[in-house]
Design a protein around this ligand. Structure first.
Ligand code: PEP
Ligand code: MN
Length: 334
């Protein structure tokens, strides 16, 4: 349930409502708004007695929350969330483009790609240092050395960086070096990792699991918000279907559904959805047309030599074309 306080409610009245919620064994989550404060009631095992709370001074309304996810829902917070990364605001009002290689392979590789994508329209740089690979024989990433390279890329280009925290053991290290912490598709329901992300002081990019429903995905985001971190960016990266003309199927309909259900920003990753270069630009255009707040795409200056996902990595010139096209489409919907 969500209690909406009167516009003139005093801080003492808000505190008294919080105390009354806690006295009943629930948790209270005050949500400051532009006009008035709302207080979410969480952890109630059964129905909440609305009449009791409506009788408290300063309480204006009690709205039942029908969804299983609370903090991520529009019922709790009707206004869009903007996730701040340095000077960038990710969410409604801007189209954010994240680009870079699948994996950080060396400093010269990372810098070459970063300088190109920055010039052609990227706002953030991506690159894996810890790579979740299907085969144990595939390149696993440079680990901490990769994180140090990412920090140097940020220093030299001014672009914030995004990289994946693959496990609990290396989470602190990743949080230390990166600007945005990515949680990959394979870890979307790694609940101890989600709880750790909830305590992180940096924004989290939460990818949709490859077989996850939208409800499961939003519940995963709920773990992070419930843990105290409000800055989550959702990323649709394709789900498994019977189709094999692409590696996964980009679920474009997830974008409007998530925008309706949640106030969190949502981007797509057409590269991991397609698994092949020729579909990345069309799927990027489609993502922006259905309302994505941004894109994450893989770009490599020499895809044939890439140590991972070369087949889906765009050449820098293609990335430039992509930026031009998606920015024009975005303008149409502004
Ligand atoms: C990635 O973005 O590097 C990645 C491994 O993606 P996903 O978790 O979506 O497979
Ligand atoms: Mn990849």
């Amino acid at each position: 349930m969500l209690l909406v306080m009167d516009q003139k409610a005093t801080p003492e009245e808000v505190a008294a409502v919080v105390a009354a919620i806690e006295a009943r064994g629930y948790s209270a989550r005050p949500i400051p708004g532009g006009e008035r404060v709302a207080i979410g009631i969480l952890n109630n095992k059964g129905p909440v007695d609305a009449a009791f709370f409506l009788g408290l001074p300063g309480v204006r309304d009690a709205i039942p929350v029908t969804r299983p996810y609370k903090l991520v829902s529009r019922e709790f917070k009707p206004e869009d969330t903007l996730v701040q990364v340095g000077d960038l605001s990710i969410g409604t009002g801007a189209l954010t483009i994240i680009a870079g290689p699948c994996a950080i392979e060396s400093e010269s590789q990372a810098l070459t790609i970063a300088e190109q994508v920055k010039r052609k329209g990227a706002h953030l740089f991506r690159g894996g240092a810890f790579k979740p690979r299907t085969s144990p024989y595939s390149f696993q990433g440079l680990g901490e050395e990769g994180l140090k390279i990412l920090a140097r890329v940020r220093e030299k280009t001014g672009m914030p960086v995004v990289t994946e925290a693959m496990d609990f053991e290396t989470f602190d290290l990743v949080e230390h070096y990166t600007d945005v912490i990515q949680i990959g598709a394979r870890n979307m329901q790694n609940f101890s990792l989600l709880k750790r992300a909830g305590r992180a002081k940096k924004p989290v990019l939460l990818k949709r699991g490859m077989a996850a429903t939208i409800d499961e995905w939003l519940m995963a985001a709920e773990y992070i918000l419930e843990g105290g971190n409000p800055d989550v960016i959702l990323c649709e990266r394709g789900v498994r279907t019977f189709a094999h003309h692409s590696r996964n199927t980009l679920d474009l309909s997830a974008v409007p559904v998530v925008r309706k259900e949640s106030h969190l920003p949502i981007i797509t990753d057409p590269s991991h959805a397609a698994g092949r270069r020729d579909q990345v630009i069309p799927l990027s255009r489609a993502s922006v047309a259905v309302g994505a707040h941004g894109l994450m795409v893989e770009v490599h200056h020499a895809p044939d030599q890439a140590l991972s996902d070369g087949g889906q990595s765009l050449y820098p010139d293609q990335f430039e074309r992509l930026c031009r096209q998606v920015n024009s489409i975005y303008e149409v919907f502004k």
